[in-house]
Design a protein around this ligand. Structure first.
Ligand SMILES: *Cc1c(COP(=O)(O)O)cnc(C)c1O
Length: 402
């Protein structure tokens, strides 16, 4: 690693003006304990080795780099390559991070994991690794989300986790997060709080990035080996931003264009989208200063996207910083554009991607057309679409009827 990539975040957990630790006094000692343990663990070769062992033996890494031959030829512009995080155990990149944090929890002597989940994907990854490591696991989930995502609730329970309904506010992710934090404050002695994306107070955004950069580290080496050069562009979808930063981070110092793709939902000119960076304003959410969706009075507004994993009102502070410096470009892709891309990847390449991932694919197909056959695009295929078939069935059936 070179100088610039190690500068951020600074000692106060800031990425430029973004990030930080906006937490109540009661959480400070737990956060400081975590910060200290994390620094020690990251400097301990044995810890990093154990982390990589679990990635290999349990998660199934390294994942493949796949040339999307049929679509690339059909488009006739840049060649598209897919980093296959859909092949990770449980079907998405989220387990990379859950393994790292659960390993740290064990090292810190914690016996219990607490987490929150929106659509349930992070909850499933957390329950999975808790089962494997023999840790007890409590997952807070909005009561409304539990109804919408009954299958994931059942999966978590099957894995031995306890799913606790959050009944406050809008009964969704925001409320589940508040209740998970409240639980952690009073149980920090034996409990580790496992966050699912590059959000929250320092050191979470840095920790999650460092456990997800395995995506970019592998992809960069695989691409170099295969093509003898780096890709022209790297593209990933952005919810909280963990698969994107994990993919981008090892390319930050390279002469490679980086594009993050947010959810434009039903359109950025409606109020039904989740385009936090491209259409949000600065504010504090879940312990960190970043861009977020808020109304005139500064109240956080409900985001919308057809993909539950992109449906978050904030975004990781490092993305806010990379947007402000212009190093990464952020665009938004609508529900419909994502669904079209999902269908194309399924029929042409035999891979059904997650709807989240399809946002990155839509942008990649558009860029491929604008570039030349000498150019190459690397896309992070963050997850598989099996979890989405219900949504897809409903949508594609309605399409046929209209
Ligand atoms: C959760 C999820 C995302 C969004 O989370 P990030 O932290 O932005 O990566 C994207 N893709 C898939 C498949 C997911 O499960």
């Amino acid at each position: 690693m070179n100088a610039t990539t190690t500068v951020y975040p600074d000692k106060r957990g800031r990425f430029g003006e973004f990030g930080g630790k906006y937490v109540p006094e009661t959480l400070m000692s737990a956060i400081e304990e975590l910060e200290e343990s994390l620094d020690q663990a990251m400097d301990d070769p044995e810890f990093m080795e154990a982390y990589k062992d679990h990635l290999r033996e349990f998660a199934g890494r390294p994942t493949a780099l796949t040339y999307a031959k049929n679509i690339s030829e059909k488009i006739g512009g840049a060649s598209i390559y897919l980093k296959r995080e859909d092949l990770v155990h449980t079907g998405a990149h989220k387990l990379n991070n859950a393994i790292g944090q659960a390993l740290l929890a064990k090292r810190m002597g914690k016996t219990k994991i607490v987490a929150e989940t929106g659509a349930g994907q992070h909850g499933v990854a957390t329950a999975t690794i808790a089962a494997r490591f023999g840790l007890s696991c409590k997952v807070f989930m909005g009561a409304e989300d539990m109804e919408r995502q009954a299958l994931n609730v059942f999966r978590m329970e099957l894995l031995g986790a306890e799913v606790v309904p959050a009944n406050s506010g809008s009964k969704t992710l925001k409320d589940a997060t508040n209740e998970a934090i409240r639980y952690w404050v009073t149980h920090a002695e034996d409990t580790f709080y496992l966050i699912g994306s590059v959000v929250g107070p320092h050191p979470y955004p840095k920790m999650v990035r460092d456990f997800q950069r395995i995506i970019g580290d592998e992809a960069r080496a695989q691409f170099l080996k295969r093509e003898n050069r780096l890709p022209t562009e790297v593209i990933a979808c952005v919810g909280g931003g963990s698969n994107a930063i994990g993919t981008f981070y090892p390319f930050i110092e390279d002469d490679v264009k980086l594009i993050g793709v947010e959810a434009a939902g039903k359109g950025i000119d409606t109020d039904q989208h989740a385009a936090t960076i491209t259409h949000g304003r600065k504010g504090v959410i879940h312990g960190s200063l970043t861009y977020l969706l808020q109304d005139e009075a500064g109240q956080i507004t409900e985001p919308y996207s057809i993909s539950a994993g992109l449906d978050y009102p904030g975004v990781g502070p490092e993305h806010a910083y990379l947007a402000s410096t212009g190093r990464v470009r952020y665009d938004a892709v609508s529900d419909q554009e994502a669904l079209d891309a999902l269908k194309l990847l399924s029929t042409e390449e035999g891979i059904i991607p997650a709807i989240e991932t399809a946002h990155a694919l839509a942008k990649a197909f558009e860029r491929a057309e604008e570039l030349t056959p000498e150019d190459t695009i690397l896309v992070c295929l963050s997850g598989r679409g099996d979890k989405d078939v219900h949504t897809l069935m409903k949508h594609f059936k309605e399409d046929k009827q209209s």
